[in-house]
Design a protein around this ligand. Structure first.
Ligand code: NAD
Length: 460
C-alpha cells in the first residue's frame, strides 16, 4: 500500500491546484482522477464554451461589419473544424496540467477512488484495484448536471453541458431548459450558428444570479439575436412525436404552449458528486459537504473544495479553496476571502460583477450610494459599435468604500479585475477617481462612475 501525506480526489481546478500547492509545500502527494485532468471546467465547461463563444463573437462581427462597409463572401460553418479547435485548446491545457503534476512529483492515479475508513482509498484502475492511504485527504469531486424530474424526460434525447460540446451536427432548432449562466452562454453559441433557440426559464428573468438590470440588458441583446426567451415558465412535459420533440411549457399565469424542437439542452444547475465518500458520514449542508473556513470537513483529516461544497460553483473559487485546503493540510493556517469573487458571464454583451449587489447592500442594512454610467457616451464603446452596456458602482456613503461593481459590455470580464483589486484593498471612490485611466477605454466608465459619485464627474 502506497502512503501519502496528502491525497487529492478529483483533478479539476480545485483538485489539481490543491495537489500542486501541497507538493510545493514539500508534501508527498497523490492525485486520483477518474476521467481527464482539468475536470469539468477544462473538458466540459469553461474552456470549451469560451472557445466556441470566440467563434460566435467572430461570426457576429463579420455580420455586423456589413453595416461598416466590409463585405465578405457567403459565410459557411464547419462544425467539425470548430470542435477540432476546441479539442486542441483543451488538449494543450491538459498537457500543461500533466506537466505541472510531473514537475511536482505528484503520483497521478487514473481511476475511480472510493474513500474507506482511516485515510484508506480504494482506487479502481483500468486493470486492477489498488489501496492507497492519505494522512490528509482533499475532496475535489465537483458536480454534474442536474436533470429535473420532468414528465417524459427519460424517453427524450437531451444534451447537458457534459455532452453538448461534442454535438455532431448543427441542429435545426434548440430549446434550452434553464436560463442561468450555462443556458445563456450556450444560447449565444447556437444562435450565432443560425439555430433558432428558445430559452425556458422558471424564474421571472434570465441569469437571476445577477442584478435585474444585467438580466434586462442581456435579454434585450439576446432577443436581437432572435433568441426567444420565456420567463416565469416551466416545462411540464416532453413528448416524442413523428421524429420531433415537443416541449409542453406553462407560464406562471397559466398560459400553455408547445415548442417543437430537434435538440434539448438541460441547463438547470449542478448537483455535487458525493458517492465516493458516502460511507464516511461527513456532516453535510443540504446536498453539499459542509466545511469550515479552513475548508476542513467534520473529519479533521479530510478537507473539501469546489462545487462539492456548494457556495460559488465557479472554477476560480474552487482553485482558491484548493490552495487554502492544501496549505491547511500541510499544517499552515489560511482562509479564503470571499468578499471579491468576480462573477463573469461570457455572452455578448458580457456581464461581470464583483462584491455586493444592490440587493446585498440593502439586505445588510448598509448605507450606500449608486452611480450608473451608460456606455452610450463612451468613445471606445462607440468606436467598437458596442455601446449597449453600462457600469454600475456601489459605494458605502460613510467612507466611499467601494462595495460592488457591475459591468455589462464587451470584454468587461477582463476589466472586472480593476474593481476587484479596489475591493480587495478596501479602496474608495476618491482613490479610484484620482487614478488616470487610458483614453479611449471602456474602463473610463468606471473612473467616470467614481468621479461622479464624489461630485467631480465631467461627462456624467
Ligand atoms: P444556474 O444555477 O446558473 O442556472 C440554472 C437556471 O435554471 C436558473 O436560472 C433556474 O431558475 C433555472 N431552472 C431550474 N429549474 C428549472 C426548470 N425546471 N425549468 C426552467 N428553468 C429552471 O445553473 P447552470 O446554468 O446550470 O450552471 C451551473 C453552475 O455552473 C452555476 O453555478 C454557474 O455559476 C456555473 N457556471 C459558471 C459559468 C461562468 O462563470 N461563466 C459558466 C457556466 C456555468
Amino acid at each position: 500500500m502506497n502512503d501519502y501525506e496528502v491525497v487529492v480526489l478529483g483533478g479539476g481546478p480545485g483538485g489539481y491546484v490543491a495537489a500542486i500547492r501541497a507538493a510545493k509545500l514539500g508534501k508527498k502527494v497523490a492525485l486520483i482522477e477518474a476521467r481527464e485532468l482539468g475536470g469539468t471546467c477544462l473538458n466540459r465547461g469553461c474552456i470549451p464554451s469560451k472557445t466556441l463563444l470566440r467563434h460566435a463573437e467572430v461570426i457576429e462581427t463579420i455580420e455586423k461589419a456589413k453595416q461598416w462597409g466590409i463585405e465578405t463572401g457567403e459565410m459557411t460553418f464547419s462544425l467539425s473544424k470548430m470542435l477540432d479547435r476546441k479539442d486542441a485548446v483543451i488538449q494543450q491545457l491538459r498537457n500543461g496540467i500533466s506537466y505541472l503534476l510531473k514537475q511536482g512529483k505528484i503520483d497521478v492515479y487514473q481511476g475511480i477512488g472510493n474513500l474507506e475508513e482511516n485515510g484508506k482509498i480504494a482506487v479502481q484502475l483500468a486493470e486492477k484495484k489498488e489501496i492507497i492511504r492519505g494522512e490528509k485527504i482533499i475532496l475535489a469531486t465537483g458536480s454534474r448536471p442536474l436533470v429535473p424530474a420532468i414528465d417524459g424526460i427519460e424517453e427524450a434525447a437531451y444534451f447537458t453541458s457534459d455532452t453538448i460540446f461534442d454535438i455532431e451536427k448543427i441542429p435545426e432548432s434548440m430549446v434550452i431548459i434553464g436560463g442561468g449562466i450555462i443556458g445563456v452562454e450556450l444560447a449565444c453559441i447556437f444562435a450565432s450558428l443560425n439555430v433558432p433557440v428558445s430559452i425556458v426559464e422558471m424564474s421571472d428573468r434570465i441569469v437571476p444570479s445577477e442584478e435585474p438590470e444585467a438580466s434586462k440588458a442581456l435579454a434585450k441583446a439576446l432577443k436581437k439575436k432572435q433568441i426567444t426567451i420565456l420567463t416565469s415558465t416551466k416545462v411540464v412535459r416532453v413528448e416524442q412525436r413523428d421524429g420531433s420533440q415537443l416541449i409542453h411549457v406553462e407560464s406562471d399565469n397559466g398560459k400553455a404552449q408547445i415548442l417543437d424542437t430537434e435538440a434539448i439542452l438541460m441547463a438547470v444547475g449542478r448537483a455535487p458528486n458525493t458517492s465516493s465518500f458516502d460511507g464516511l458520514n461527513l456532516q453535510m449542508d443540504g446536498p453539499f459537504v459542509k466545511t469550515d473556513s479552513a475548508m476542513q470537513t467534520s473529519n479533521p483529516s479530510i478537507y473539501a473544495v469546489g462545487d462539492v461544497t456548494g457556495g460559488w460553483q465557479l472554477a476560480h473559487v474552487a482553485s482558491a479553496e484548493g490552495v487554502v485546503a492544501a496549505a491547511n493540510a500541510a499544517g499552515q493556517t489560511e482562509t479564503v476571502d470571499y468578499r471579491m469573487v468576480p462573477r463573469c458571464v461570457y455572452t455578448s454583451p458580457e456581464i461581470a460583477s464583483v462584491g455586493l449587489t444592490e440587493a446585498d447592500a440593502k439586505r445588510q442594512g448598509i448605507d450606500y450610494k449608486v452611480v450608473r454610467v451608460d456606455h452610450a457616451g463612451n468613445g471606445r464603446a462607440l468606436a467598437q459599435d458596442e455601446k449597449e452596456g453600462f457600469t454600475k458602482l456601489i459605494a458605502g456613503t460613510k467612507y466611499g468604500e467601494i462595495l460592488g461593481v457591475l459591468m455589462v459590455g464587451p470584454h468587461v470580464t477582463e476589466m472586472i479585475a480593476e474593481p476587484s483589486a479596489f475591493i480587495h484593498l478596501e479602496g474608495t471612490v476618491d482613490e479610484l477617481a484620482s487614478m488616470i485611466h487610458a483614453h479611449p477605454t471602456i474602463t473610463e466608465s468606471l473612473y467616470e462612475a467614481a468621479a461622479s459619485w464624489i461630485g467631480k464627474g465631467v461627462h456624467h
